[in-house]
Design a protein around this ligand. Structure first.
Ligand code: SF4
Length: 223
């Protein structure tokens, strides 16, 4: 076999290893979450939530913790959308009693200055990494200042969002702020499908774009 042939084979092996690593890490995040929930029973969790539909399933997994939903989403493209998602979040919590609620003012300037220069990135690219970091960092900071034991996010329930990236950010913020991060991959064990079913059951508003003006533009059909 030629040198080039061997290189191709090695490359294929590397790809195989990477694929296995990714599968294992995804199982790991879900297993690590279950373990952390068991270890921290009764403790206080500050859970960042992007919207009621995503939180619906996540909250069913966190029943043995004392959870507060933290609604910090400066990425949303306008105040009307922000208020609509927020009121649905509050309604879900009132109807289910699954968690307390901690609000934030709408502050789009925080998001827009953080993603400056990344406006034309595709959804899932570098702009999203900054967006995840912004929302998770504020959650970790509030958790620290308000005396929570853990912080986490509902973002991993979406099949469009990279759980590896979100968890890596969460772990680095754990180091920075000294609050335990709750790892997750909520889409596992049919989490995403269950969130759709629960959203129908509670009649929740389910938006058809991620949240920022740039993601809305991607969803709009070409003229
Ligand atoms: S597409 Fe979604 S995650 Fe990415 S920057 Fe926009 S709002 Fe944030």
């Amino acid at each position: 076999m030629s040198l080039n042939g061997r290189k191709t084979e090695e490359c294929a092996l590397d790809k195989g290893k990477t694929a296995w690593y990714n599968i294992l890490m995804k199982i790991y995040y879900d297993a690590a979450m279950l373990e952390a929930i068991k270890e921290n029973e009764g403790k206080k969790l500050l859970l960042h939530s992007c919207c009621a539909p995503c939180s619906s399933y996540c909250l069913t997994q966190l029943l043995s913790l004392h959870t507060t939903v933290f609604y910090y989403n400066p990425n949303l493209d306008c105040e009307a959308e922000y208020e609509k998602r927020k009121s649905e979040q509050i309604r879900l919590l009132k109807e289910t009693g699954l968690a307390d609620f901690l609000d934030c003012d709408y502050s789009p300037e925080e998001y827009l200055s953080a993603v400056k220069g990344l406006e034309n990135e595709k959804e899932g690219g570098a702009r999203c990494t900054v967006c995840f970091s912004l929302r998770l960092e504020r959650t970790a900071k509030e958790a620290k200042e308000r005396g929570y034991d853990l912080f986490g996010t509902t973002l991993t329930v979406s099949p469009h969002k990279d759980a590896d990236r979100i968890n890596a950010i969460g772990y680095s913020l754990q180091e920075k702020w000294g609050v335990t991060y709750l790892p997750s991959d909520f889409k596992k064990r049919d989490g995403y499908l269950t969130s759709i079913r629960l959203s129908k059951q509670y009649g929740l508003y389910r938006q058809n774009y991620c949240g920022c003006a740039f993601s809305k533009r991607e969803e709009e059909p070409e003229p």
